[in-house]
Design a protein around this ligand. Structure first.
Ligand SMILES: [Zn+2]
Ligand SMILES: [Zn+2]
Length: 132
């Protein structure tokens, strides 16, 4: 999140899927919702949002629609989740980037589902979805 010409790459655990995100992230957040917890098998999802057109995806992927218009993609070979599509935006897991420096969370969603041992960050907190 430093220059307009920044390109960041990342992908799944087995390497079959790759992405390249151009430019700065629109926003970076954490989601503690039940679906993110279960889909990622993790206490929460840290994600970076980019305009859909700013991200090139390569490799065969599978996916499912976890809520209307919200598609969660994963690698059929290794099972890594690597992108969520919503409208004209794409969310990439911060931990899927080869270099996640600068992708620091700016807010937290669904804190009502936060696990008891996960401490809040010093960023805006939203009980459910982000307000704006
Ligand atoms: Zn894979
Ligand atoms: Zn979520």
């Amino acid at each position: 999140m430093t220059t307009d010409r920044l390109e960041r790459s990342g992908g799944c655990a087995c390497g079959a899927l790759r992405f390249v995100a151009s430019g700065t992230a629109v926003r970076v957040g954490l989601c503690h919702c039940l679906t993110c917890q279960k889909a990622h098998g993790a206490p929460y999802l840290a994600f970076a949002v980019f305009p859909r057109g700013a991200v090139d995806l390569s490799g065969a992927h599978a996916g499912w629609e976890s809520s209307a218009g919200y598609h969660r993609l994963y690698c059929p070979a290794c099972g890594s989740r690597f992108a969520n599509l919503a409208g004209d935006e794409i969310e990439l897991p911060v931990a899927s980037f080869h270099d996640a420096s600068g992708l620091d969370p700016q807010y937290e969603n669904w804190t009502i589902r936060r696990l008891s041992w996960v401490a809040p960050l010093a960023v805006p907190q939203f009980t459910r979805d982000r307000d704006s």
